[in-house]
Design a protein around this ligand. Structure first.
Ligand SMILES: Cc1cc2nc3c(=O)[nH]c(=O)nc-3n(C[C@H](O)[C@H](O)[C@H](O)COP(=O)(O)O)c2cc1C
Length: 390
């Protein structure tokens, strides 16, 4: 596994954050039921949870009721609300209202979203092309938090720059520290890259080395071993994990186990399949429609099932008996297809149960075998162009 990590906790003002992991916010994924799934599977050992990003541009007056992403539960603390927008006054007003009414543990500004409808309008990672505006937003949000009497840390999540010719994450760090930001999460891609290529951890390491505030590294962390490596090699205070949590919602518990010196917990294929009824229950309890829950089950299945492969012992037996042997990827595909082609949530859950009673005994669940989280076979840094011209 490698050397025990240099850092297993960090301080966000007076909060002792252990383990030093964050479930990276993902719009349309990390709602309260998904966060609950990860939290329960981790044995309640996640460092920080963050809301999906909340828009502030649209409303004439920011209105809490209009934003379902703002809902969180006491057991999710320490919990941060992430906001995005391009108008300093609207960002400040929203931050103040959220702080006073909902009292999260921190407010985070998003300077990372690459979507054309966000970044193209100057919000999210669009702010990286207009650092004076980012500075004004941070300044005004900080001032609003100071004014409202519910003092709480302000944090920032950014990318390393707009494109490979304009990497400005060191300037972003300087601005953030100057404006009182107390934690910076750096996603090691440019806006142009979108989610292509691999995150550039060298840049994240440079930020961590220069920063006075905690720096959280983000991008492609999908295993305990990779979390070890990122902390030790790049000196970050913690790691933020997004898509890796959809491939392996146990990852936070596995990291916590490792940090607590416990042996690595192996998730069996049957346990992995049990996640579907658990998640479905959380979605329904949270008021989701059956159709809505079905969509989320399939979203999870599409990634989680990539971790299934044929147990080597079964492969050896099949070879000996000269049976038709399905390759590891074929089996993962077969399980995935079976779940994704279900016509409703009940059918998906029935199929998961049948797989559990049948095929699962010949399968292993090993999400660590994935090289990357994009689906493509990318193993080196490449500045992609997912959002070229948009
Ligand atoms: C579907 C999706 C939605 C996302 N929504 C947000 C968001 O609301 N706020 C945010 O800061 N980042 C968002 N991100 C970016 C992730 O938080 C994270 O920075 C990115 O996926 C890289 O980390 P990973 O390699 O661990 O997935 C989103 C990513 C995905 C895939």
């Amino acid at each position: 596994m490698g050397v025990f990590p240099a850092k297993i906790r960090f301080k966000l003002r007076d909060l002792d954050v252990f383990p030093n992991t964050i479930l990276s916010p993902m719009d349309g994924v990390t709602d309260a039921p998904f966060r609950r799934l990860c939290r329960v599977l981790s044995g309640d050992r996640m460092g920080l949870l963050v809301s999906e990003f909340v828009p502030t541009d649209g409303d004439a007056v920011f209105n809490l009721e209009g934003h379902k992403q703002l809902r969180f539960f006491p057991e999710e603390r320490p919990f941060g609300v992430q906001i995005f927008g391009r108008f300093p006054d609207k960002m400040a007003a929203a931050a103040q209202k959220i702080a006073v009414s909902l009292k999260p543990d921190f407010i985070e500004v998003n300077a990372g979203c690459p979507a054309p409808k966000v970044a193209g309008k100057g919000s999210g990672s669009g702010l990286l092309r207009d650092l004076p505006r980012l500075q004004e937003i941070l300044h005004d949000v900080r001032a609003a938090l100071d004014r409202c009497g519910v003092d709480m840390p302000l944090t920032l999540k950014c990318r390393i720059g707009w494109d490979s010719d304009s990497i400005n994450v060191m300037e972003t760090l300087a601005i953030a520290e100057g404006e009182g930001v107390e934690m910076l999460t750096v996603h090691g891609r440019t806006r142009l890259q979108g989610y292509n290529g691999l995150a550039d951890w060298d840049w994240i390491g440079k930020v961590a080395a220069a920063a006075k505030i905690p720096v959280i590294g983000n991008g492609d962390v999908n295993s305990v071993a990779r979390a070890f490596e990122c902390i030790n090699r790049y000196g970050v205070d913690g790691v933020s994990i997004g898509r890796g949590a959809m491939h392996n919602p146990w990852i936070f518990g596995q990291i916590a186990d490792a940090w607590e010196g416990k042996p690595a917990r192996v998730i069996t294929a049957a346990e992995a399949l049990d996640v579907f009824p658990l998640y479905y229950g959380f979605k329904i309890e949270d008021g989701s429609t059956d159709k809505g829950a079905e969509g989320r089950l399939k979203q999870l299945a599409a990634r989680l099932c990539k971790g299934f492969s044929l147990d080597e012992r079964r492969e050896a037996r099949d070879e000996r008996d000269a049976c038709v042997v399905s390759g590891a990827d074929d089996v993962a595909m077969q399980v995935r297809q079976s779940l994704l082609s279900s016509s409703c949530a009940a059918e998906l859950l029935d199929r998961a149960q049948s797989l559990k009673e049948g095929l699962a005994k010949d399968l292993v669940f090993d999400p660590d075998r994935l090289v990357n989280l994009n689906g493509a076979k990318e193993t080196e840094l490449r500045f992609g162009d997912q959002f070229k011209g948009r």
